[in-house]
Design a protein around this ligand. Structure first.
Ligand code: AMP
Length: 394
């Protein structure tokens, strides 16, 4: 958080015109990286022509074996920035094992999908170890041997306790969205995971923001890390941000309706504050004839997966979500993010709107703000406390 959160102007910003390629200062092509031809082929066949800025900077450093802190906005291509070099390390040495810790099941599953795409045709296996899924299946997968284990903190610790996972086996560890994990109250689980890891390892942290809490973790767990910052501001330059003013709560749904019928609202992610609120928005929109799905903490893992798939495959063009349920989800080409309810902190705002404008596409974020509302600014610290409590509501 960098400024008074409830200052309405924080929600208003014109997207800058796309920068000419020369200005972005990307120094490498994928061909320049010292990685195996098959891996390069898989990257190219995923449609990645040029590295993003974080990939450009991070891939050579990780290949060199450095510990690394990457500060990058969401949607900047950070997943490939750590997966490409870690896959290369595994190709060179079959003994390498990588642990990737992510805040949510959805993000862990997405990392695994990307891993599978990049390692196509290679004898590289992975286990996704997340809560809400059958643990026996995960244990069996671990027994068969995996070069990559991708999981959420709670389930990883559960597997350690059951002696199905030994942290000493890992030569590489990635903490993805470190700030979100702290925000979600995973600090004890993370410390526990790190206490079991061996000293000789490569450690990589990615975070959208660098708070005192993140700094304290990096100073405990990383050795002379290289810090790569690709953030230009708090929010991506390619996201148009504006507010939608309303007077009474009862008129919000009609206002929303009038936006959603516009041609350009092609793929819309709407954020609500509570599980019940999200379900209500979803039902109201469905009864008005919109094609919507919803994800929140009352839905089973399978229901969330189905909702996400319907949205990804554009069977529905509106997804209504709470912050926690939507954390880390990567759906390409979201045209609009709408904050139906205000986020609790500016960091939450940054993460919400980061779901649009991904991979340098242009996106739009709209935030409902009550006309004339004057809310006292909240401190970053209060934001952290509030969001830790909020977990139960999502
Ligand atoms: P991430 O920040 O890793 O969640 O990635 C955001 C989105 O950008 C994902 O949909 C990726 O598939 C896509 N992406 C990542 N790297 C590239 C690249 N070099 N070229 C094009 N798209 C990319």
């Amino acid at each position: 958080m960098t400024a008074s959160f409830c200052d309405e102007s924080k929600f208003i910003k014109r997207a800058s015109p796309a920068k000419p390629a020369g200005e972005v200062k990307i120094e490498h092509n994928f061909a320049d990286f010292k990685v195996s031809p098959r891996l390069k082929e898989n990257v190219l066949s995923k449609g990645y022509e040029r590295p993003t800025l974080i990939q450009d900077r991070a891939i050579p450093e990780i290949l060199n074996g450095s510990d690394l802190i990457g500060i990058a906005n969401t949607g900047t291509g950070k997943t490939a920035a750590f997966l490409i070099p870690l896959i290369e390390k595994t190709i060179r040495n079959k003994e390498e094992k990588s642990l990737i810790v992510a805040p949510t099941r959805e993000l862990a599953e997405q990392i695994n999908i990307e891993l599978k795409d990049f390692s196509k045709g290679m004898p590289i296996y992975s286990t996704v170890a997340v809560g809400g899924m059958n643990i026996r299946f995960q244990i069996n997968s671990l027994r068969r041997g995996s070069s990559f284990v991708i999981g959420t903190p709670g389930r990883l610790n559960d597997l350690v306790k059951r002696k199905c996972l030994n942290m000493r086996d890992f030569s590489n560890v990635v903490l993805d969205e470190a700030d979100r994990m702290l925000d979600m109250g995973f600090i004890a689980d993370i410390r526990n995971i790190f206490s079991g890891l061996r000293q000789e390892r490569q450690t990589i942290f990615f975070s959208a923001t660098i708070s005192k809490e993140v700094e304290s973790l990096t100073s405990s767990f990383l050795k002379s890390p290289v810090m790569i910052r690709t953030k230009t501001g708090d929010t991506a330059d390619n996201i148009d941000q504006d507010v939608i003013r309303f007077n009474r709560r009862e008129e919000k749904m009609d206002i929303l309706h009038n936006f959603l019928i516009k041609e350009e609202f092609k793929k819309v992610l709407i954020f609500g504050e509570t599980k019940r609120g999200v379900q209500g928005i979803h039902q109201d929109l469905s009864s008005r004839g919109f094609k919507t799905a919803s994800i929140h903490g009352d839905k089973t893992q399978n229901e969330r997966r189905i909702a996400l798939r319907l949205f990804k495959e554009e069977k529905v063009n509106i997804l209504v979500a709470t912050d926690v349920a939507a954390r880390g989800i990567d759906v390409p080409d979201v045209s609009h993010v709408i904050n139906y309810d205000l986020p609790h902190t500016y960091d939450d705002y940054v993460h919400r709107i980061g779901r649009t404008g991904r991979a340098e596409h242009k996106g739009t974020a709209l935030t409902f703000v009550r006309a004339g509302e004057n809310t006292a600014p909240r401190s970053p610290r209060e934001g952290f406390r509030r969001s830790a409590v909020r977990q139960n509501r999502n």
